[in-house]
Design a protein. Structure first.
Length: 191
């Protein structure tokens, strides 16, 4: 196998869920951050009672900026040879291909979290159909993320995985601090 591999795209979404394999992704940091709620969801939010004075004010001056939240992880994404080439991995070829990445759960609502702090490796990401939501809830999926540090169950409208750099060969399962560009929740990708 060559010493270079280029991903066909550097931003994966829930449409690429079948490609996303978080097993062995090394976690550097995670955070919950505010995020602008896309306008397409505004109609799903609770509104003043119909026929009330508040409803008239709401209609005369509707809000233009709702805020939600995101759950963001800074990881080194581990690629297997079969992830990159579509060819089966041979026992003699366990080259570590890594890329620093930002994993984002959009409009996240954490349901359950069990966390032991310290260095962590992600293990699985599962997606389930979200239960029918109340009238004011956002559409989306229920996600289960397991790791050496524990597990996390959440609802989110979507997921994005930003590969900040193309994969590189590494002797380790984690990139060096300088090699990955430090800790980052950046969504900037290098072509």
């Amino acid at each position: 196998m060559s010493d270079e591999y280029k991903l066909d795209k550097l931003i994966w979404t829930e449409d690429d869920f079948e490609r996303i394999n978080l097993d062995s992704a090394y976690v550097y940091a995670y955070a919950e951050q505010p995020a602008k709620l896309p306008a397409k969801y505004w109609d799903l939010l609770p509104k003043p009672l119909r026929g009330s004075e508040a409803e008239a004010k709401y209609k005369a001056n509707p809000p233009t900026n709702y805020w939600g939240r995101e759950l963001v992880f800074d990881v080194d994404y581990y690629f297997r040879r079969s992830d990159l080439t579509g060819q089966p991995q041979q026992p003699s070829d366990y080259t570590n291909w890594l890329s620093p990445a930002t994993l984002v759960f959009e409009q996240a609502d954490i349901i359950e979290m069990y966390i032991n702090y310290g260095a962590s490796i992600l293990r699985t990401l599962k997606r389930y159909q979200k239960q029918p939501a109340p009238e004011d809830a956002l559409p989306g999926w229920m996600w289960l993320l397991t790791a050496d540090f524990g597990s996390l169950r959440l609802n989110a409208t979507g997921i994005k995985l930003y590969f900040r750099k193309q994969p590189v060969i590494s002797d380790s399962f984690a990139l060096g601090f300088a090699e990955r560009g430090g800790w980052s929740f950046s969504r900037e990708v290098e072509e």
